[in-house]
Design a protein. Sequence first.
Length: 395
Amino acid sequence: MNDTVPPPALAFRGAAADSSVIREALALTARPEVISFAGGLPASDLIDTEGIRAAYDHVLTSAPHRALQYSLTEGDPALREAVAGRLLRGGLAARPDDLLVTTGSQQALSLLTSVLLKPGDTVLVEDPTYLAALQCFVRAGVRAVPVPTDSEGIDVDALPRLLAEHRPKAVYLVPTFQNPTGHTMPADRRAALARLAARHGFWIVEDDPYGELRFRGEHVPWIAKLPEAADRTVLLGSFSKILAPGMRLGWLHAPAEVHRACAVAKQSLDLHTSAVDQAAAARYLAEADMDAHLARCREVYAERCAVLLDALAGALPAGSRCSHPDGGMFVWVRLPDEYDAMELLPRAVEQDVAFVPGAPFFAADGDRATLRLSFAAHDPVVIAKGVARLAPLFD
C-alpha cells in the first residue's frame, strides 16, 4: 500500500501554448540551416565586442572588489547617471534618483505589474501587443483588454468607451516601433492619451526598447515627457537592443512612489542586478562613442528593412499588407483571410525558414492571418534567400 501524498499542483498561471511559440522560435535560431526571422534578436555583427571587452577588463582591473561585491538595489550610480543623461538629451527631465536598474526591461515590467496591479485588475493593451507583456499579466491574474489599433498605434477615439466600461488601472503600450507591428504612435495621439490619463486617473506604462533605433523620420517625444502624464507614466528602457542582450540590463524611470515600491519589490527578488555588468555598461557609455555606434546600427537596419520589404513585395500573395516601420526591428504582415500563419509555420520550417505567427500577440481573438518578421539579425543576402524560401508557401 502506497500512502505517499503527492505535492500540491503548481500555482503557475500562464499561457503555455503562446509561450511555446516564442520558445520554439528562439530555439530555431540555434540551427544554422534555418534562416530565422522569428526572434527579436539584435544583429550579432553589430555588437561592439571589443569595446565591451575593454569595459569589463577595466572594471575588473581598476575596481574588482567593487564590481564583484553586492551593490545597490537601485543600481550602479554611474550607470543611472549615464541613463539620466541620455534621457535629458531626449528632452525628459530625468534624474538618477528617478531610475531603477533592472535585469532586462522584462523584469521592470514584472515589477510594475506587482506594484501597480492586483489580481482581477484590468490593464488596457494594444491589439496586438508585446507577447511577453500579455504573459506577465496572465501570470499575475490581471485581465488584459485590447484597444483597437491601426498603422498609428492605439485608436485613442476608442479609449473613452473602454475606460468607462472597464475602469483600468493602467494602459500598457509600446508606442515607438512597436513589437510586433513596427508602428509608431504620433505626437497628437500621445497627447490625447496623456489627457485621458489625467482625466480618468490611470497609470501609463510606456515601454521603449527600440526608440534609439530610428532610421527614418523625426523623433516623437515620450509620453512621459508630457506635463499631463508626467506624474503617472513609467518609462521602460533596455540596453538589450543597443548594447548587448546578454548583459541583461534594463531600467525604469518612474514617479517617486512607484520607484520606491519597485525598489522594495526588486530587493526581495534578486537584491540587485549584476554589479559587474552594470559597471561595465557604465564604463562603456563613458568611454565609447555610443552615438556613432547607434548611427551604424540605424544605417544597417534601414538597409535590412528595405531589403525585406522589397523581397516580400514579390513573394507574398495578392492582397497582403505589410507595415513599413521607421525604425526598430520588425515588419508585420497581414495575409489574405484564407491563410493561417500557425499552419504555415511547420511548412516554413521544412523549408529551413522561420517566422512568428501573429495570433499569440492578441489579448483576445488572435488574427491567424498575421505574422511577424524581424529583419535585424541577417544581412541582405540572407534576408533575400529567406524570403525566397517563404514564397512557395503561398502558391
